[in-house]
Design a protein around this ligand. Sequence first.
Ligand SMILES: NC(=O)c1ccc[n+]([C@@H]2O[C@H](COP(=O)([O-])OP(=O)(O)OC[C@H]3O[C@@H](n4cnc5c(N)ncnc54)[C@H](O)[C@@H]3O)[C@@H](O)[C@H]2O)c1
Length: 263
Amino acid sequence: MAAPDRTSAGSLAGKVAVVTGGASGIGRATAFLFAEEGAAVTVADVDAVQAQQTVQTIIDRGSRALYVRTDVTSDEACQNAITRTIEEFSYLDVLFNNAGIIHRTSVPNTAEADWDRVMAVNVKGVYLMSKYAIPVMARGGSIINTGSGWGLVGGHDAAPYCASKGAVVQLTRAMAIDHGAQGLRVNCVCPGDTDTPLLAQEAEQLGINEQTFRAQAAVRPIGRVGRPDDVARAVLYLASEASEFVTGATLVVDGGGLAGQAP
Ligand SMILES: NC(=O)c1ccc[n+]([C@@H]2O[C@H](COP(=O)([O-])OP(=O)(O)OC[C@H]3O[C@@H](n4cnc5c(N)ncnc54)[C@H](O)[C@@H]3O)[C@@H](O)[C@H]2O)c1
Protein backbone atom coordinates (compact mmCIF):
# COMPACT_ATOMS: atom_id res chain seq x y z
CA MET A 1 0.00 0.00 0.00
CA ALA A 2 1.32 3.46 -0.89
CA ALA A 3 2.44 5.59 2.03
CA PRO A 4 0.09 8.47 2.82
CA ASP A 5 1.11 11.90 1.52
CA ARG A 6 1.75 13.92 4.65
CA THR A 7 2.91 17.07 2.86
CA SER A 8 -0.55 18.54 2.16
CA ALA A 9 -1.68 19.09 5.76
CA GLY A 10 -0.18 20.48 8.95
CA SER A 11 1.29 23.79 10.01
CA LEU A 12 4.32 23.32 7.72
CA ALA A 13 2.39 21.91 4.75
CA GLY A 14 4.38 22.31 1.55
CA LYS A 15 7.38 23.82 3.36
CA VAL A 16 10.99 22.73 3.15
CA ALA A 17 13.20 22.65 6.24
CA VAL A 18 16.86 22.01 6.99
CA VAL A 19 17.69 20.69 10.46
CA THR A 20 21.33 20.64 11.56
CA GLY A 21 22.15 18.13 14.25
CA GLY A 22 19.10 16.14 13.16
CA ALA A 23 20.77 12.80 13.88
CA SER A 24 20.09 12.98 17.61
CA GLY A 25 18.27 14.56 20.53
CA ILE A 26 16.46 17.85 19.97
CA GLY A 27 17.30 17.97 16.25
CA ARG A 28 15.93 14.50 15.60
CA ALA A 29 12.71 15.18 17.53
CA THR A 30 12.26 18.41 15.58
CA ALA A 31 12.94 16.74 12.23
CA PHE A 32 10.20 14.19 13.06
CA LEU A 33 7.76 16.90 14.13
CA PHE A 34 8.46 19.09 11.10
CA ALA A 35 7.80 16.10 8.84
CA GLU A 36 4.58 15.23 10.70
CA GLU A 37 3.48 18.83 10.15
CA GLY A 38 3.96 18.54 6.39
CA ALA A 39 7.52 19.70 5.72
CA ALA A 40 10.12 18.03 3.55
CA VAL A 41 13.22 17.81 5.75
CA THR A 42 16.94 17.79 5.06
CA VAL A 43 18.94 16.37 7.93
CA ALA A 44 22.42 17.93 8.00
CA ASP A 45 24.75 16.22 10.45
CA VAL A 46 28.24 14.72 10.76
CA ASP A 47 26.83 11.45 12.11
CA ALA A 48 25.89 9.55 8.96
CA VAL A 49 24.53 6.41 10.64
CA GLN A 50 22.14 8.14 13.03
CA ALA A 51 21.14 10.80 10.50
CA GLN A 52 20.22 8.11 7.96
CA GLN A 53 18.02 6.54 10.65
CA THR A 54 16.22 9.84 11.16
CA VAL A 55 15.68 10.19 7.42
CA GLN A 56 14.54 6.59 6.95
CA THR A 57 12.02 6.90 9.78
CA ILE A 58 10.55 10.05 8.20
CA ILE A 59 10.31 8.34 4.80
CA ASP A 60 8.75 5.22 6.35
CA ARG A 61 6.11 7.46 7.91
CA GLY A 62 5.21 8.82 4.48
CA SER A 63 7.05 12.15 4.31
CA ARG A 64 9.98 13.42 2.30
CA ALA A 65 13.48 13.60 3.77
CA LEU A 66 17.09 13.83 2.63
CA TYR A 67 20.40 13.30 4.40
CA VAL A 68 23.34 15.50 3.50
CA ARG A 69 26.54 14.79 5.39
CA THR A 70 27.42 18.16 6.84
CA ASP A 71 30.07 19.39 9.21
CA VAL A 72 28.67 22.81 10.07
CA THR A 73 32.20 24.13 10.69
CA SER A 74 32.98 23.70 6.98
CA ASP A 75 32.02 26.46 4.56
CA GLU A 76 31.97 24.02 1.65
CA ALA A 77 29.81 21.49 3.49
CA CYS A 78 27.26 24.12 4.52
CA GLN A 79 27.00 25.41 0.98
CA ASN A 80 26.53 21.85 -0.25
CA ALA A 81 23.74 21.17 2.28
CA ILE A 82 21.76 24.13 1.01
CA THR A 83 22.47 23.39 -2.66
CA ARG A 84 21.38 19.75 -2.30
CA THR A 85 18.20 20.83 -0.51
CA ILE A 86 17.24 23.17 -3.34
CA GLU A 87 18.07 20.50 -5.94
CA GLU A 88 15.88 17.97 -4.13
CA PHE A 89 12.99 20.10 -2.83
CA SER A 90 13.19 23.35 -4.91
CA TYR A 91 12.75 25.76 -1.96
CA LEU A 92 13.94 26.46 1.53
CA ASP A 93 11.55 27.90 4.11
CA VAL A 94 12.88 26.88 7.51
CA LEU A 95 16.44 26.55 8.79
CA PHE A 96 16.91 25.05 12.26
CA ASN A 97 20.51 25.78 13.28
CA ASN A 98 20.68 23.25 16.07
CA ALA A 99 23.96 21.30 15.83
CA GLY A 100 25.97 21.90 18.96
CA ILE A 101 28.49 20.46 21.37
CA ILE A 102 29.08 20.88 25.10
CA HIS A 103 32.39 21.46 26.85
CA ARG A 104 32.40 21.81 30.63
CA THR A 105 35.55 23.68 31.70
CA SER A 106 36.57 26.99 33.26
CA VAL A 107 38.78 29.38 31.28
CA PRO A 108 42.15 28.27 32.74
CA ASN A 109 41.20 24.64 32.18
CA THR A 110 40.08 25.11 28.59
CA ALA A 111 42.57 24.03 25.93
CA GLU A 112 42.71 26.41 23.00
CA ALA A 113 41.68 23.64 20.62
CA ASP A 114 38.55 22.94 22.71
CA TRP A 115 37.66 26.64 22.82
CA ASP A 116 38.01 26.83 19.03
CA ARG A 117 35.96 23.67 18.47
CA VAL A 118 33.04 24.84 20.65
CA MET A 119 32.97 28.25 18.97
CA ALA A 120 33.29 26.66 15.52
CA VAL A 121 30.37 24.24 15.91
CA ASN A 122 28.05 26.35 18.08
CA VAL A 123 28.60 29.80 16.55
CA LYS A 124 30.43 29.61 13.23
CA GLY A 125 28.10 26.79 12.17
CA VAL A 126 25.09 29.08 12.59
CA TYR A 127 26.80 31.78 10.55
CA LEU A 128 27.88 29.44 7.74
CA MET A 129 24.55 27.66 7.33
CA SER A 130 22.69 30.97 7.41
CA LYS A 131 25.12 32.56 4.95
CA TYR A 132 24.09 30.06 2.28
CA ALA A 133 20.46 29.66 3.33
CA ILE A 134 19.39 33.31 3.49
CA PRO A 135 19.95 34.10 -0.21
CA VAL A 136 17.81 31.14 -1.28
CA MET A 137 14.96 31.69 1.20
CA ALA A 138 13.13 33.51 -1.55
CA ARG A 139 9.63 32.91 -0.12
CA GLY A 140 10.66 34.45 3.20
CA GLY A 141 10.64 32.05 6.10
CA SER A 142 12.02 31.29 9.50
CA ILE A 143 15.45 30.63 10.94
CA ILE A 144 15.62 29.19 14.44
CA ASN A 145 18.94 29.03 16.25
CA THR A 146 19.49 26.81 19.27
CA GLY A 147 20.88 28.84 22.12
CA SER A 148 20.66 27.69 25.72
CA GLY A 149 19.64 28.96 29.12
CA TRP A 150 23.40 29.46 29.38
CA GLY A 151 23.22 31.97 26.56
CA LEU A 152 21.23 34.15 28.96
CA VAL A 153 22.82 33.44 32.35
CA GLY A 154 26.22 32.03 33.27
CA GLY A 155 26.99 28.56 34.55
CA HIS A 156 29.98 27.06 36.35
CA ASP A 157 32.75 25.25 34.50
CA ALA A 158 31.14 26.00 31.17
CA ALA A 159 33.03 29.08 29.94
CA PRO A 160 33.38 28.23 26.24
CA TYR A 161 29.83 26.88 26.04
CA CYS A 162 28.32 29.95 27.76
CA ALA A 163 30.34 32.24 25.48
CA SER A 164 29.17 30.36 22.40
CA LYS A 165 25.50 30.39 23.37
CA GLY A 166 25.59 34.06 24.35
CA ALA A 167 26.96 34.70 20.88
CA VAL A 168 24.10 32.72 19.33
CA VAL A 169 21.54 34.88 21.16
CA GLN A 170 23.15 38.07 19.88
CA LEU A 171 23.68 36.69 16.37
CA THR A 172 19.97 35.90 16.30
CA ARG A 173 19.06 39.51 17.10
CA ALA A 174 21.48 40.91 14.51
CA MET A 175 20.12 38.59 11.81
CA ALA A 176 16.52 39.47 12.71
CA ILE A 177 17.31 43.15 12.15
CA ASP A 178 19.10 42.58 8.85
CA HIS A 179 16.52 40.29 7.25
CA GLY A 180 13.08 41.28 8.55
CA ALA A 181 12.39 43.39 5.48
CA GLN A 182 12.79 40.36 3.20
CA GLY A 183 10.16 38.44 5.15
CA LEU A 184 12.65 36.37 7.09
CA ARG A 185 12.19 35.88 10.82
CA VAL A 186 15.10 34.81 13.03
CA ASN A 187 14.56 33.54 16.55
CA CYS A 188 16.41 31.60 19.20
CA VAL A 189 15.16 28.69 21.28
CA CYS A 190 16.91 28.40 24.64
CA PRO A 191 16.47 24.93 26.13
CA GLY A 192 17.30 24.05 29.70
CA ASP A 193 18.68 20.62 30.58
CA THR A 194 17.08 18.23 28.10
CA ASP A 195 17.28 14.45 28.05
CA THR A 196 19.63 13.82 25.12
CA PRO A 197 23.09 12.23 24.76
CA LEU A 198 24.54 15.70 25.39
CA LEU A 199 23.31 15.56 28.99
CA ALA A 200 25.21 12.31 29.59
CA GLN A 201 28.34 13.87 28.06
CA GLU A 202 28.06 16.76 30.51
CA ALA A 203 27.92 14.43 33.48
CA GLU A 204 30.94 12.54 32.16
CA GLN A 205 32.94 15.73 31.54
CA LEU A 206 32.21 16.90 35.09
CA GLY A 207 33.03 13.48 36.54
CA ILE A 208 29.55 13.22 38.12
CA ASN A 209 27.44 10.07 38.19
CA GLU A 210 24.83 10.42 35.44
CA GLN A 211 21.86 9.65 37.71
CA THR A 212 23.05 12.22 40.27
CA PHE A 213 23.50 14.79 37.51
CA ARG A 214 20.00 14.15 36.16
CA ALA A 215 18.46 14.39 39.62
CA GLN A 216 20.18 17.74 40.20
CA ALA A 217 19.09 18.97 36.77
CA ALA A 218 15.46 18.09 37.56
CA VAL A 219 15.34 20.61 40.42
CA ARG A 220 13.23 23.30 38.73
CA PRO A 221 9.57 24.43 38.97
CA ILE A 222 8.27 21.73 36.61
CA GLY A 223 10.33 19.12 38.49
CA ARG A 224 11.90 17.23 35.61
CA VAL A 225 14.46 17.72 32.84
CA GLY A 226 13.16 18.54 29.39
CA ARG A 227 12.30 16.02 26.74
CA PRO A 228 13.44 16.60 23.14
CA ASP A 229 9.75 16.94 22.16
CA ASP A 230 9.28 19.83 24.61
CA VAL A 231 11.84 21.80 22.65
CA ALA A 232 10.68 20.54 19.25
CA ARG A 233 7.17 21.91 19.86
CA ALA A 234 8.58 25.34 20.68
CA VAL A 235 10.71 25.22 17.54
CA LEU A 236 7.63 24.29 15.49
CA TYR A 237 5.87 27.38 16.84
CA LEU A 238 8.80 29.55 15.75
CA ALA A 239 8.95 27.82 12.35
CA SER A 240 5.25 28.13 11.60
CA GLU A 241 2.99 31.07 10.81
CA ALA A 242 1.63 30.93 14.36
CA SER A 243 4.64 33.12 15.21
CA GLU A 244 4.41 35.44 12.20
CA PHE A 245 5.01 38.62 14.30
CA VAL A 246 7.84 37.10 16.37
CA THR A 247 11.43 37.84 15.38
CA GLY A 248 14.65 38.51 17.25
CA ALA A 249 13.15 36.69 20.23
CA THR A 250 14.60 34.17 22.65
CA LEU A 251 12.13 31.50 23.73
CA VAL A 252 13.23 29.79 26.94
CA VAL A 253 12.06 26.17 27.22
CA ASP A 254 13.37 24.98 30.56
CA GLY A 255 10.55 24.01 32.91
CA GLY A 256 11.01 27.31 34.73
CA GLY A 257 14.69 26.81 35.46
CA LEU A 258 15.60 30.44 34.75
CA ALA A 259 12.48 31.91 36.32
CA GLY A 260 14.19 32.78 39.60
CA GLN A 261 15.15 31.45 43.00
CA ALA A 262 12.73 29.16 44.81
CA PRO A 263 12.14 30.09 48.51
N1 LIG B 1 20.47 18.73 25.90
C1 LIG B 1 20.52 19.85 26.64
O1 LIG B 1 20.43 19.82 27.89
C2 LIG B 1 20.66 21.18 25.96
C3 LIG B 1 20.42 22.34 26.70
C4 LIG B 1 20.54 23.59 26.09
C5 LIG B 1 20.91 23.65 24.75
N2 LIG B 1 21.15 22.51 24.06
C6 LIG B 1 21.55 22.65 22.65
O2 LIG B 1 20.66 21.91 21.84
C7 LIG B 1 21.33 21.55 20.64
C8 LIG B 1 21.09 20.09 20.35
O3 LIG B 1 21.70 19.34 21.38
P1 LIG B 1 21.17 17.93 21.88
O4 LIG B 1 20.99 18.03 23.33
O5 LIG B 1 20.06 17.45 21.02
O6 LIG B 1 22.53 17.08 21.67
P2 LIG B 1 22.86 15.76 20.84
O7 LIG B 1 24.28 15.46 21.19
O8 LIG B 1 21.82 14.74 21.09
O9 LIG B 1 22.74 16.22 19.33
C9 LIG B 1 23.67 17.09 18.75
C10 LIG B 1 23.78 16.75 17.27
O10 LIG B 1 24.68 17.68 16.66
C11 LIG B 1 25.51 16.95 15.76
N3 LIG B 1 26.76 17.66 15.53
C12 LIG B 1 27.79 17.86 16.41
N4 LIG B 1 28.78 18.51 15.79
C13 LIG B 1 28.39 18.74 14.52
C14 LIG B 1 29.00 19.36 13.41
N5 LIG B 1 30.22 19.88 13.47
N6 LIG B 1 28.30 19.44 12.25
C15 LIG B 1 27.05 18.90 12.16
N7 LIG B 1 26.44 18.27 13.17
C16 LIG B 1 27.10 18.20 14.35
C17 LIG B 1 25.72 15.60 16.45
O11 LIG B 1 26.17 14.62 15.53
C18 LIG B 1 24.33 15.34 17.00
O12 LIG B 1 23.54 14.67 16.07
C19 LIG B 1 22.78 21.95 20.82
O13 LIG B 1 23.02 23.18 20.18
C20 LIG B 1 22.92 22.10 22.32
O14 LIG B 1 23.94 23.00 22.68
C21 LIG B 1 21.02 21.29 24.62
